[in-house]
Design a protein around this ligand. Structure first.
Ligand SMILES: Cc1ncc(COP(=O)(O)O)c(C=O)c1O
Length: 396
């Protein structure tokens, strides 16, 4: 263990080439410039033939790159990942009881939707604290199940899809926004998968991606929630039938052709670097760069206690230096903020503060668009900034 004492951390001499380590919107793909958007069909109707073809290209690339089964549908929908998840919750839940899994703030948000807005009466909440997963053996798959594949704000993910039975009766609705492309989604176990482009693709924010299994489509066509208003942007059926053209590029409402172009660019890059396995290997190598540093660094540790469920995208860290953890909570929080702001001022790392509802610490995006060399250059700066701020906190 390297003990970075307050006195001895020297100013590192090499900065990361790209200081964008935010957990969303995330770093653009390596080599991206605004030129990547020069072919965007701006000023054209999104219903025009070439625009629809470009939207279809984005859908086709999603299927190829993410290895989505042929019988699953892929649609571009309004309101980012949140829109896609809420379309599924509003359109599908209520046919049977639902198990809601939550272990950080986004999962907690879906619980609020289901309990306080939809007001469903048969809801079980399986909850764990930041850094842990709920007991997956307790999930009842005769019910619908809603969960987040990767908890972006705690850096805890499900280990795989093995805990989900193939012969489940209920639907599995999976918010995969910070997992898609970087983690191995097991589509055979998932009925609804959602994500947005600005995470692992480093794409532009605006639209959500909604992926439906045949069983999810069946639910939409056989179940109409009683007394539930369904705004136009949530509606996926007309006269009891799926609006199939939504999944063929005829989006519910207007899409940004700039965002579409950017997503196409990011996915073409993903193919060029070697496809899904290569994207996942990039994220794994990135997370390992942080993990190797944590292992030899006494002052910091992962929020996720079990390595088997530790995220390779939103890597969340906490300060464990005993001199610092002995300080009052508000002083620790101030110290962590000061570290973040020092690195921001040095143009070394932007937006690496822990999420506002999460325990005090740092969150460093390690998704596929980040370069491993940049993370390796970042860690000496973390040591340096921590040493400076620890010295200041202990002196005051
Ligand atoms: C797990 C998860 N769910 C939902 C969201 C919200 O995504 P969006 O802003 O695309 O709606 C995020 C954003 O960080 C997320 O990480």
């Amino acid at each position: 263990m390297t003990d970075i004492s307050a006195a001895n951390a020297a100013l590192p001499d090499v900065r990361p080439a790209n200081p964008n380590f935010s957990s969303g919107p995330c770093a653009k793909r390596p080599g991206w410039t605004i030129e990547a958007l020069s072919g965007a069909l701006v000023g054209r109707s999104h219903r025009a033939k070439p625009a629809k073809a470009r939207i279809q290209r984005a859908i086709d690339l999603t299927r190829e790159l993410l290895e989505v089964p042929d019988d699953y549908l892929i649609g571009i929908v309004p309101a980012s990942d949140t829109g896609a998840v809420e379309m599924a919750l509003w359109g599908m839940l209520g046919a049977r009881g639902v198990d809601m899994l939550t272990w950080e703030s986004f999962g907690a948000g879906w619980v609020t939707d289901v309990q306080k807005q939809l007001k469903l009466d048969d809801v079980r909440v399986l909850k764990a604290e930041y850094g842990e997963l709920p007991d997956l053996d307790q999930v009842d798959f005769s019910r619908d199940v809603v969960f987040t594949w990767n908890g972006t704000t705690s850096g805890v993910r499900v280990p795989n899809g093995d805990w989900i039975p193939s012969d489940r009766e209920g639907l599995t609705i999976c918010d995969a926004t910070s997992a898609a492309f970087a983690q191995n989604l097991d589509f055979s176990k998932l009925d609804v998968v959602t994500f947005s482009w600005q995470k692992a693709l480093g794409g532009e924010a605006a639209h959500g991606i909604l992926i439906l299994s045949p069983r999810a489509v069946e639910r939409l066509e056989t179940f109409t929630p009683a007394n539930r208003p369904m705004p136009k942007i949530f509606r996926l059926t007309k006269g009891g039938k799926l609006m199939a053209d939504v999944f063929e590029g005829a989006t519910i409402n207007t899409v940004s052709m700039i965002c579409v172009e950017d997503a196409v660019d990011a996915m073409e890059w993903g193919q060029k670097v070697g496809g899904l396995k290569a994207l996942q290997a990039r994220a794994d190598a990135n997370a390992k760069a942080i993990s190797d540093w944590v292992e030899k660094t006494a002052w910091v540790d992962f929020l996720a206690t079990d390595p088997a469920v530790r995220s390779n995208t939103s890597v969340c860290l906490k300060i464990v230096d005993p001199d610092v953890t002995a300080l009052p909570d508000d002083v620790q929080a101030k110290l962590a903020k000061a570290v973040v702001s020092r690195l921001d001022k040095e143009a070394v790392a932007y937006d690496i503060g822990g999420y506002r509802d999460a325990p005090t610490g740092f969150r460093i995006w390690c998704g596929s668009t980040v370069e491993t060399a940049d993370l390796e250059k970042l860690t000496p700066w973390l040591d340096w900034a921590f040493a400076q701020e620890k010295k200041a906190a202990l002196a005051s």
